[in-house]
Design a protein around this ligand. Structure first.
Ligand code: 26W
Length: 751
């Protein structure tokens, strides 16, 4: 902890004990005798919060006094996970708290598990926002995250620095607790209807990361949190600044996908309607303030709202969007005179039976920067999703390859590996991950290889215990832990992994003497509600798992697990214990991926396609330290262009044919109505939109290479060490430093 910040609180072990006992007594009204584990956990987090809040107040004061430029990260999702251990590390009191606990007769591990995950998100996009908040504070960049749900300011402490930024979450409240007129008019129901309706706005998280719901409440949520956030941003700006022209110099707003994109129209409305600014002056401020990040190429995930719904919910914004579009299309006309087709293509309004507002187009036109989240993804944005915008605004589309915070995804989740690394290269890597490269020197060192794989083994034993507890299945921790953890989506091809498992199972049944490396296949994934194919794949994996795990003929050589309730805190237990990281999406579909980075940083080897950030991971770790297979983006495009017939592949590969039919049969679901898994088989046989069949054989062959490599312990250990050593690029500190330099033009402010 940088020393100059003098906390008025005594944070020595004795001081911490007093702080904990005081918050137990005075803030929770509990005495030590009757306090539950949850009481102690709450008392401790309140004690630590007081240390962090003191620094947050100091940070906010410095930012205010120096009238600094701030970044505002607008996101409908923040997948924060548990805050307890992260706060202890960032407050620099982890070791002392553990000592204080021992002296109070408390067990840190037990209390840590009392906290629920702050699961305000679905997957990659939400977790990235949380990693970014951690890096912004650690890099001393003045920043505020704005989100929705349950109103709180969540302190965001930087690691190894005094900066504490915060996350402000909005909640909608009914203007009046109880509407008496309504009560007289329509009785109790009527009286509380208004209250419930307005409070629902911020209460309902959308568990959907597949299709844009088009649900009215979702648009209401988006406008609600955007309106609150812009009001708060303008209040803070006007408190420190007179001249509106300074607004873009003091305020940088990052739109985390299109979900907050209505902010472009809302700021234009405020500047015009509330501050009487002429259109052009307002628009120039708007476009110099906003920047937009795209996280997906999937057409069904690009948000479009019907003009009718806009008219109903935000009529003034619709007027402004039509005016933005009119002026924008004049720009297009100037560049491509008379080209109506390109106008239709670029218009913010999609014509058709129902006119739709294209939120991505509003975000692109209203921003000075549009970034993709991995090099390949950004190339596809330029060439396929936004080619005309790229031509119209050369240089606006730029790349910012994702990253992960090494505080949560190494220091906090893998203390064994962190200690081993520090024992070799000292501290410093926590705030400068490129320092891990110094481990390369030990990649061939037998002792370090032994210590490194021992850490992995100990983490696997821990995970085996969790699997036994949560799934009732005993797994062999010496087996290869093959991990596939992410949202359930056809493009992520968990069903391709399942086809390979069935092939392996079939080979073992046909040849019990087959010599394979024992494997434990670990799946964890949530599916969006209503995504039937995703639910069918989950059912298939669980059905096959039950069959294989109870099949004595294969003597535990393969086990299949589907861990329930995948969330950040569970990921923090799985990632340190993985040997193999499954990153097998159809090339061109995964924008980046961030799980791939977490697993490789913790010494897992990647089997994957040349998709998203896998391409850059390969560049960093070296071709010989990663297992790549499958169609490239170009080959995918060529195959689809010439017309893809899955049955061609089905017919020419006997094993593939067998496992495709097997998974669709009733073999694995004897006690269920026939054909429950048929839709999965038919999807593969008739359309296979994500090209599992063409990639099956290359995948299966690649898995044989993995099998062979795992048997060569020293070779595997060296590859694993080099993966950890060469993951420096994928720190979200590097990512945020690039955003700050290229997009937000903002400097760190040391507290
Ligand atoms: C409209 C419903 C909806 C909600 C969320 C559609 C799409 C989303 C997100 C964009 C989906 C998402 O989480 N995308 C993931 O973002 C990560 C962070 O950049 C990337 O690493 C993943 O590749 C991308 O799938």
């Amino acid at each position: 902890m940088s020393s100059e910040f003098q906390s008025s609180l005594d944070t020595s072990v004795t001081g911490l004990k007093t702080l904990i006992l005081n918050s137990l007594k005075f803030r929770l009204a509990r005495d030590t005798a009757s306090a539950t584990k949850r009481d102690w956990a709450l008392a401790t987090s309140k004690a630590v919060q007081s240390i962090i809040v003191e620094r947050m107040i100091a940070t906010t004061a410095v930012h205010h006094n120096q009238n600094v430029k701030r970044v505002y990260y607008l996101s409908l999702e923040f997948l924060m996970g548990r805050l307890f251990s992260n706060s202890l590390y960032s407050a620099g009191v982890m070791d002392d708290i553990v000592h204080a606990f021992e002296e109070l007769g408390l067990d840190y591990e037990e209390l840590r598990r009392e906290e629920y995950d702050m699961g305000l998100g679905n997957g990659g996009l939400g977790r990235l926002a949380s990693c970014f908040l951690d890096s912004l504070a650690t890099l001393d960049i003045p920043a505020i995250g704005y989100g929705i749900h349950y109103p709180y300011d969540i302190p965001v402490p930087g690691y190894g620095t005094n900066t504490v930024n915060f996350l402000r979450l909005w909640e909608s409240r009914a203007p009046a607790e109880f509407d008496f007129e309504a009560f007289n008019r329509g009785g109790y129901e009527e009286a509380v209807r208004e209250k419930n309706h307005s409070e629902t706005i911020s209460k309902v998280p959308y568990p959907n990361d597949k299709t844009d719901s088009g649900k009215e409440l979702r648009l209401l949520q988006q406008y609600f949190f955007v309106a609150c956030s812009l009001k708060d941003i303008i209040r803070r700006f006007r408190r420190e600044n007179e001249d509106w022209q300074n607004f873009p110099e003091k305020v940088a707003i990052q739109l985390n996908d299109t979900h907050p994109a209505i902010a472009v129209a809302e700021l234009q409305r405020i500047l015009q309607d509330d501050y009487g600014m002429p259109w052009d002056q307002a628009w120039s401020i708007v476009t110099r303030t906003f920047a937009y990040t795209n996280h997906t190429l999937l057409p069904e995930a690009l948000e479009k709202w019907s003009v009718g719904l806009f008219q109903k919910i935000v009529p003034r914004h619709l007027q402004i969007i039509f005016e933005i579009n009119k002026r924008f299309l004049e720009e297009v006309e100037a560049k491509w005179p008379g080209d109506t087709e390109i106008k239709q293509h670029l218009s913010l309004i999609e014509e058709g039976s129902v006119q739709m507002v294209r939120m991505a187009h509003l975000a692109v036109v209203g921003s000075h920067s549009v970034n993709g989240v991995a090099a390949l993804h950004t190339e596809l944005l330029k060439k396929e999703l936004f080619p005309d915008f790229d031509a119209l605004y050369p240089g606006k589309i730029n790349n910012k390859t994702n990253g992960i915070t090494p505080r949560r995804w190494l220091l906090a989740c893998n203390p064994r590996l962190s200690e081993l690394i520090t024992s070799k290269i000292g501290h410093g890597w926590e705030r400068d991950l490129d320092k891990l490269r110094a481990l390369e020197a030990y990649a061939d060192d037998p002792q370090f290889q032994f210590d490194f794989m021992n850490v992995k083994q100990a983490n696997k034993v821990d995970l085996a215990r969790i699997i036994e507890r949560d799934c009732g299945v005993a797994v062999n921790s010496a087996a290869l832990f093959d991990v596939h953890v992410k949202r359930l989506h056809e493009y992520k091809r968990q069903h391709l992994n399942l086809l390979h498992i069935l092939a392996l199972y079939r080979r073992l049944l046909q040849d019990p003497g087959l010599d394979i490396t024992p494997r434990v296949f670990i799946f964890a994934a949530k599916a969006a509600p209503g995504y039937d194919m995703a639910k069918c794949i989950i059912k298939a994996i669980n059905a096959v798992a039950k069959c294989i795990n109870n099949d004595k003929r294969i003597e535990d050589r393969i086990k299949v697990l589907f861990l329930p309730n995948y969330r950040v805190s569970l990921a923090q237990r799985i990632v340190p214990a993985a040997d193999l990281s499954e990153q097998i999406s159809t090339a061109g579909k995964e924008a980046s991926g961030t799980g791939n980075m977490k697993l490789a940083l913790n010494g897992a080897l990647t089997i994957g396609t040349l998709d998203g950030a896998n391409v850059e991971i390969k560049e960093e770790v070296g071709d010989e330290n990663i297992f790549i297979f499958g169609l490239t983006v170009e080959e995918v495009r060529a195959l689809l262009k010439k017309g893809y017939d899955p049955q061609e592949y089905y017919m020419k590969n006997e094993e593939l044919r067998a496992v495709v039919d097997w998974v669709g049969s009733n073999y694995f679901t004897p006690d269920e109505p026939p054909g429950v898994l048929r839709m999965l088989r038919d999807n593969l046989y008739y359309s296979d939109p994500f090209l599992c069949l063409p990639d099956f054989e290359p995948y299966s062959e690649c898995q044989k290479k993995v099998d062979a490599a795992f048997r060569q312990e020293s070779r595997w250990a060296k590859m694993a060490i080099l993966n950890t050593a060469r993951m420096g690029k994928f720190s979200s500190d590097r990512t945020i430093a690039e955003y700050a330099r290229d997009i937000w033009k903002i400097e760190p402010i040391h507290i």
